[in-house]
Design a binder for this molecule. Structure first.
Ligand SMILES: Nc1ncnc2c1ncn2[C@@H]1O[C@H](COP(=O)(O)OP(=O)(O)OP(=O)(O)O)[C@@H](O)[C@H]1O
Ligand SMILES: [Mg+2]
Length: 226
C-alpha cells in the first residue's frame, strides 16, 4: 500500500536549512494499523502531508497502491487523494454552516456522486459512527467527540483505501479520546488501513505497530508489548 524510500524534505528558512525528513524509508501493508509517533518538530506533519499527497518530497520515492506519486501532476494527485485517502485532523475541520449530513456528503460532491446516493451513503457513514440521531446538527451543536465522529464519517464515506489521522484525539478529553480510539480499532477490524500520527505513547500503543520518528529520521523499531 505505502512504500517510502529515502524520502527527504528540507525547508529553507532565512539562511538556515531545516531537514524536516531525512532519508525516511518504510512500508505499510494493506489492512495494517500503524502509529507514527515522535516529539514536536520531529517531522510528523511533514510526513503525513507527503503520505497524504498534500506535499511532495525533495528526493526519494513514494509509491501509494503501486503508483509512483512523483510522476503525478497536481491534478492527478488531487484525484488520488479524493478517491484513495480519508483525512482526519486534530481540529476536526468541519464546515460550520453545514450540518453533519452535509459535511459528510462533501467528499461525494467532489466525486460527482448523485444527490440521492450521496444522502444514503452519508447517512450510512454517520450511523456507523453512532450518530444517526445527530444528522441535522451543526458542528457548534455537537460535542468535541461527536464532531470528531462526523469527521471520521466524512473520511469513510468515499471508501478510501487509507485512513490518515493527524492527532485525532489531541483536542479531546481522555474518555472521549478513548472512545474515538475504540472506533479506530473497529475500523481496523473491518479491514481498513489506518495511519495515525500522535505524540502520545498511550495512543500509539493501541495501534498494531508504531514507527518512531526523531529529528526527521525513523528510529529502529522497539519491542512492543501486545
Ligand atoms: N513551512 C515550513 N517552513 C520552514 N520550516 C518548517 C516548515 N514546516 C515545518 N518546518 C520545520 O520542519 C520540522 C518538522 O515540522 P513538522 O511540522 O513536521 O513537525 P511535527 O512532528 O508535526 O511537530 P508537532 O508535533 O509540533 O506538530 C520542524 O523543525 C519545523 O520547524
Ligand atoms: Mg504536526
Amino acid at each position: 500500500m505505502i512504500k517510502m524510500r529515502d524520502i527527504t524534505k528540507c525547508y529553507q528558512l532565512g539562511g538556515e536549512k531545516v531537514h524536516a525528513l531525512d532519508r525516511v524509508s518504510f512500508d505499510i501493508d494493506d489492512g495494517e494499523y500503524v502509529a507514527i509517533i515522535g516529539p514536536s518538530g520531529s517531522g510528523k506533519s511533514t510526513l503525513m502531508n507527503i503520505i497524504g499527497c498534500l506535499d511532495v518530497q525533495d528526493s526519494g520515492t513514494y509509491h501509494l497502491d503501486g503508483v509512483d506519486t512523483s510522476k503525478y501532476s497536481g491534478r492527478q494527485l488531487a484525484r488520488l487523494r479524493s478517491t484513495h485517502i480519508g483525512f482526519i485532523f486534530q481540529g476536526f475541520n468541519l464546515l460550520g454552516k453545514l450540518n453533519a449530513l452535509e459535511n459528510v456528503e462533501l467528499p461525494l460532491i467532489y466525486q460527482g456522486v448523485g444527490r440521492r446516493q450521496r444522502r444514503r451513503r452519508a447517512e450510512e457513514a454517520l450511523s456507523s459512527v453512532g450518530l444517526s440521531d445527530r444528522m441535522k446538527h451543526r458542528p457548534s451543536q455537537l460535542s468535541g467527540g461527536q464532531q470528531q465522529r462526523v469527521a471520521i464519517a466524512r473520511a469513510l464515506v468515499a471508501n478510501p483505501h487509507l485512513i490518515l489521522a493527524d492527532e485525532p484525539t489531541g483536542n479531546l478529553d481522555t474518555a472521549t479520546g478513548n472512545e474515538i480510539m475504540g472506533l479506530f480499532e473497529q475500523l481496523h477490524e473491518q479491514g481498513n488501513t489506518i495511519v495515525l500520527i500522535t505524540h502520545d505513547r498511550g495512543v500509539a500503543a493501541r495501534a498494531q505497530r508504531a514507527l518512531r520518528i526523531v529529528d526527521g529520521r525513523i528510529q529502529p523499531e522497539e519491542n512492543q508489548e501486545g
